[in-house]
Design a protein around this ligand. Sequence first.
Ligand SMILES: [Cu+2]
Length: 286
Amino acid sequence: MASKSAPLGTRSVAHSKLLARWAAALAAVALSGTAMAAEWNLQPPVTPIAADIHSVHEYVMLLVTVIFVGVFSFMFWSIYAHRKSKGHKAAQFHENVTVEILWTVIPAIILIAIVVPVTKVVIAQKDTSNADLTIKATGFQWKWGYEYLKGEGAGINILSTLATPQEQIDGQAPKDAHYLLEVDHPLVVPVGKKVRIVTTAADVIHSWWVPAFGVKQDAIPGILRDTWFKAEKTGTYRGQCAELCGKNHGFMPIVVKVVTEPQYAAWVADQEKHKSAAADINTAAK
Ligand SMILES: [Cu+2]
C-alpha cells in the first residue's frame, strides 16, 4: 500500500496495479457470464439453422463482453486517474472533431460486424423453397392441428392435444418428466428432410415454437406464414405456443417426433389404413 509520503511515481505504480486487478476481476465476471449463457440458455441444436443461431448468439455475447470490459475499464480508469484529489480539474472544451468521428465510426463498425452474420441466418431461416414436405400447422384455443399438404403422407390430418392428466395439473399426482410438454398425437416427420411448416390460426394469434429446431413462427388468423426445418437427428423434440393466446396458452405444447425414413413410411401407411377404415365405417353407415 502506498503511504502519503511516498513519491508520486511509486503511488501511480500501485494504482495501476490496483486498476489492473479490477479490470481482470471485471473481465472474469463478464466472461463467466458469457460461458454460462452459452451453456445453460439454449437447447442442443438439431438443425443447421439452430446451430447457426447458437453461433451467432455466442459471437454477439463475446463481442458485447469485450465492449463491456473495454468501456467500463476505460471509464473507471478515467475517473480514478483524473480525480480531483490528485489536482485534476475539469477540462473546458467544445467540439472535438476527432472524438466525434471516432464515436460515430466505431459503433457503426460494431453494428456492421453484428448485422452481417445475423442477416445471413435470418435470410436462411426465411428460405422455405424446395421443401420435401409441407405441413400446415393451425393454432386453436388450445391445441394444434396439422395437415400434411405436400410430399409423402399428404392428406394426413392430426389434432394434437395436451396429454398431461388433469390430476398432475391439479397437483394431485406426481408430475412426469415431460409435464405439460406431451401430446396425444405428435407431429411425425422424417429425418434429414426439409419440412416446410405453414402456420395459421383459427381464433387468435398463436406461435409455433420448437427451440431445438431454431423455429418460432407466429400463427395468425386469416394469414399464412411459413418457416422450415431439417432435423439432422432422430428423436422427440418439444416446444410450446409462444404467443399469449388466452387461458390455456401454457397447455398447448408442440411435440415433433423425428423418425427414420422407413419408420416414417410405416407411420404414413398406418395413418392411411386408419383413414380408409374410418371411410369404410362411414360408407357402411349410409
Ligand atoms: Cu396458443
